[in-house]
Write a protein that binds this ligand. Sequence first.
Ligand SMILES: Nc1ncnc2c1ncn2[C@@H]1O[C@H](COP(=O)(O)OP(=O)(O)OP(=O)(O)O)[C@@H](O)[C@H]1O
Length: 309
Amino acid sequence: MSDDREHGIADGPKGDPTMSSDAPTVGAAQLMGVRPEPGVAKPDAIFVADDVVRSFGGLKAVDVDHLEIQRGTITSLIGPNGAGKSTFFNVVSGFDTPDDGTWSFQGSDVSKLSAHRVARRGMVRTFQLTKALTRLTARENLMLGATQQVGERFIPALLRFPWRSQEAVIGARADELLERFNLAHMRDEFAGTMSGGQRKLLEMARALMVEPTMIMLDEPMAGVNPALTQSLLGHIQALRDEGMTIVLVEHDMDVVMGISDWVTTFAQGRLIAEGRPDDIRRDKAVIDAYLGAHRSLPRDQDEEESNDG
Ligand SMILES: Nc1ncnc2c1ncn2[C@@H]1O[C@H](COP(=O)(O)OP(=O)(O)OP(=O)(O)O)[C@@H](O)[C@H]1O
């Protein structure tokens, strides 16, 4: 694994969005008056889910009555291991099939759509690079990301050109994103040679190939060294400040409380609390279910401690 700092990716994205203004975005400002209650309505919801149930055998992994996500915010999903966060992500992004439930994105029902159709509508989730993808270069990964799930807004641009030129349009977008995420020097390197942090940047860039409106990040900081965490946070805030909606599943409570406009807490498949970070820090149900036992402990340390005990 290479050192991220050697490759200069700890510097943050272009335009230094790590210096993101403290003023809340419009979406975040609208949340100021919203009551911190599970299932509460949002002033400008981009995503709305109802009665989503996913069971594995006798276990209800997800059982969400109602959840709304405010447009233009960073919303985190937290909760103990096995709370159902990833299963919820998989279901609503079209990668898993629920037993029940409906959900809409930008006012349209997308609950019966396949994953690539959901992505075309502008709702995209990131995935860890599979083994096969580590054998492709950084640029090839991005090119493939585009061909697998071309966004509706990207199609008119492509259709104006014959196939060879379409490839050039996708290539230009890939190069632009490699530049933005300070990965241009890794353009023709195999993804497998990249550091943990660089892979996380590549996963994010891959999802952005389709110009999504909402991006769902599953543990974007996992395996990333502390220096790079700041850089990744800067990129995520920059995307939000440009108007994108970000939903993230993350275990690092310092990251969650520092970056989120809104925090949604899962436990045993259900939504047990929602609110601004300060509301969640004080919420008794959250402390009982999660924070009390896990406050600020990185996952590995947590696991080591439980193994010791
Ligand atoms: N494919 C599957 N088959 C059987 N059980 C599953 C499957 N996927 C998830 N589960 C179970 O569903 C529950 C929810 O898991 P999920 O991975 O969604 O939780 P999570 O909140 O994302 O946890 P973590 O933070 O550890 O990733 C867990 O009990 C898990 O064991």
